[in-house]
Design a protein around this ligand. Structure first.
Ligand code: C2E
Ligand code: MG
Ligand code: MG
Ligand code: MG
Length: 281
């Protein structure tokens, strides 16, 4: 700790690095048993259809409650899981749990699961997904996988092959966080995409930045020309929702519509239709 190493900027920085290393080491060690110890869960965040004002499904997002460190963000533990090879088990658990959850919902609702680059390289992934679907008795068309552009850069040909197999089986594919990475129009052309998810950063700025608004508007139009649906991520205000409706965006997701919730809250959320009913008015 910083205090035991004494004062001074050099020691301070070294101590901070040490603390980060100690935390990282602890997370690596504890993540290995997190699944077995029931510390992982899924939170579900709704998608709102802007044409019908109905919830069309939920995205499953991993949560880790560490016994002493509390809630650990996916942005911290997923890269660790990828580095130490645990992402395959954790990812499979997430897919399996998401399919079991969705099998309990009304059958017009889909569930979306995120896949990381490391998972897409795994030859066992396709079988894992098919097993999860059949064990849950979930129709493949009700499962969507979300991949980011980074998934594609490192392993384009294999990734396309896998996504094509999934799409052939009626699992749909969404391109997540669109616009943030090395966005290439090649992805829109070569991937079997059903959906493009416009990254939160564009949604955040589109009402104050005319260029950003133009990008969002044009992305929706471009995707529609290619018969791809568009979901806007990170919608936090009614004004943003209104703009998205106006430019014919298909779906919205974000804190305005609903934060990620535990699985047990879903029935109530569906009965009330929305966490925030004012998002509809
Ligand atoms: P993502 O797939 O782009 O998920 C959206 C993230 O934005 C989630 O963060 C969500 O809680 C957050 N979010 C949603 N609406 C709003 C909003 O209105 N405002 C703000 N500020 N944030 C919003 P989360 O849950 O921390 O997940 C972060 C990332 O971790 C995800 O980004 C996804 O890439 C990854 N991840 C989560 N679960 C899984 C998983 O099961 N497998 C894999 N491979 N990655 C996962
Ligand atoms: Mg996602
Ligand atoms: Mg996203
Ligand atoms: Mg995003």
């Amino acid at each position: 700790r910083a205090t035991t190493l004494g004062a001074g900027p050099i020691q301070f920085f070294r101590a901070t690095d040490d603390e980060a290393a100690v935390r990282r080491h602890a997370l690596e060690r504890d993540l290995a048993s997190a699944l077995a110890n029931n510390q992982l869960s899924l939170a579900f965040q709704p998608f709102l259809d802007l044409g019908s004002d109905r919830i069309r499904g939920f995205e499953a997002l991993l949560r880790w409650r560490h016994p002493t460190l509390g809630a650990i963000q996916p942005s911290e533990f997923i890269p660790i899981a990828e580095d130490i090879g645990l992402i395959h088990d954790i990812g499979h658990w997430a897919i399996k749990s998401a399919c079991l959850a969705a099998a309990q919902w009304p059958c017009d609702l889909r569930v979306a699961v995120n896949l990381s680059v490391v998972q897409l390289k795994n030859k066992a992934l396709l079988d894992g997904i098919l097993t999860a679907l059949s064990d849950a008795g979930l129709e493949p068309k009700r499962l969507e996988v979300e991949v980011t552009e980074s998934v594609l850069i490192s392993n384009f040909e294999d990734a396309i092959a896998l996504l094509q197999s999934l799409s052939f089986l009626s699992v749909t594919v969404a391109l997540d966080d669109f616009g943030t990475g090395y966005s290439s129009l090649t992805y829109l052309r070569k991937l079997p995409l059903s959906r493009l998810k416009i990254d939160r950063s564009f949604v955040q700025d589109m009402l104050t930045d005319l260029d950003c608004a133009a990008i969002v508007r044009s992305l929706v139009a471009l995707a529609h020309e290619l018969r791809i649906d568009v979901t806007a991520e990170g919608v936090e205000t009614l004004e943003q929702l209104e703009y998205l409706r106006r430019v014919r965006c298909d779906e919205a997701q974000g804190y305005l519509i609903g934060k990620p919730v535990p699985i047990d809250d879903i029935p109530a959320l569906l009965r009330g239709r929305l966490v925030r009913n004012d998002a509809l008015e």
